[in-house]
Design a protein around this ligand. Sequence first.
Ligand SMILES: [Zn+2]
Length: 636
Amino acid sequence: MTWPRKTLANADKLCIATVIVAMGLSACTHTPTPDEQPAGKASAPAVGLWRGVHLFANGDQIEPLKRAIVEKLAPSGINILVLEVDYGFEYKSHPELQWAKPISKKQARELLEVCRKHGMRLIPQFQCLGHQSWARKTHPLLIEYPELDETPQIPLDNPGIYCRSWCPLHPKVNKIVFALIDELIDAFEADAFHVGMDEVYLIASDQCDRCRGRDAAELYARAVNDLHGHIVRKRGLEMLMWADMLVDSEQVFSSTTWGGPTCRALDKIPRDIIMCDWQYGDTRDYPSIKYFIDEGFRVWPSGWNGTRATKGLIEAEGRYAHPRMLGHLYTTWSAVFDLYEPTGAEPGGRRGVGAIIKETAHLIRPAPATRMTAPPATHAVDREIRMEIELREEGNFGKAIRSASAEILIQDLEGTRVKSLGRAVSGSTPAKEVCFRLPVGSYRAVLRGDAHLEGDENHPFEVFSPAFRVAKAHAHAARGAAVGLVNPFSPKYPAAGVSTLTDGILSDETWWSGDWQGFHRHDLDATVDLGRSVLIQTIRTTFLQHQDAWIFLPTSVENAVSADGESFRTVAEMTNTIPPKKPGAFIHPFEAEDLNTVARYVRVRAHNIGVCPQWHKGRGGPAWLFVDEIMVNPAE
Ligand SMILES: [Zn+2]
């Protein structure tokens, strides 16, 4: 379950951009008006951090791109340009594989000169393995060399598929592709190369004689290793790739990943690859950044979807500051003209990347590594909040940290200081613990301080925790009671963990609120120990349905009670009558009333629909069951 794929949700715009690149139609660039000119000098780029922009360009777009570098990107402190070239270059080794209006060698050199003059590194990109077509248009490789096609039986106008792939096992494919990559490396005098490799959904296809029945993770890893062998080992460059196919979506929440077997390729690829972890949803947190750091990779988080989501991702980058957390990459999935368009409605406003960069690039700043155990999304107003805070003497300043110290603050979401909780100092063990209470509201913890770097340099920093809510708890007889679960909840959606089903906190309809506990394919089978015998009248369990996010109400809910926790008596069986097709996000309580029974233990079994129905976009895939509270005799 996740947000839509980046491109499907915005197919119209991306398609236009790609078609312009592909067909060599003139791009609709325009001269910026005085209003769009940079207002003044932006702050100097942060020490060591990568502030990148990813975009497409064909030969017609090099002039506007050069202008954008001078007028928009460099003044905002952008220091890396990732230029997705694909087939848009005047290839000499394979002239049959170039789109119309390709970038010439001369244009590449001129662009490189402008980049260098403005302190910008240029990293060319060639989309490898997947994305060999877009919409109805198949890219040149699989038209000229149909034998390299992973799905040769699918007509070339691509009905019913997302994007074509090349076959990673065909003996000819690397020879051709490496020749193209070599030309780009040479033309752009590159010291790093981006191989793409996102959204490879056609892999190990039954239509391919070589790949049929093979393990998708093995095939994906082989393609990565082949490219690494050429680009890193042979040519001595750094290699970057999109990271979505490598996120284990069973374990790690990601705002973009659909998951799949290719994630197992992660154990089979070199650690010197830079993972461009693209995250476009506006969510509480982005733990996949830490996931790749912990796996030993350098990570370059990549954002896109409007100013708010971009800010949220940049804050998470600070939270996960580490020597291997490189900075921030703005993606555009478009050509340079997108930089000049006004910011669209948010969320979903992907236009006007230039405006987003201008508003957020100064927030990309180095920080020391920190740990803040901020409360899971919502905390009850009548309970003390405990946080552990740690400041480490490492980070991404590009210099050794001698020491760091920070004031621990609680702010509301407008940035107003609500509480000061003293100071945290680096290197102190055990971690600093703070306990406090807050009125109803939404907050974040902030560490605001200075890092003292080697060479007697002081560097201010600010690190934000994810936002959390403090709310009035709902009173009921099971509040605070111990819960035993037969099936584990997903580590991706733990909410507050084992205590969450009886913490008195009810979520809103947002599945990523942090207050929903998620069961992936499993049933909920929970036993609540009330601690003593109680006269039970009502048992109410609240569930979420949001079928667009693969979350369905249970098919049925069974309530049982027990005096000893061993022998249970069923007191209610409720069948769900709300269709799984019902659209939108809504909460539904399953409530048994007038039970009039005395018991100490309450068991709730809620049956997951199991797999997404045949009509659903995730048909056959594991369905989610989301629950937030089991209430006994609720007060209201
Ligand atoms: Zn194959």
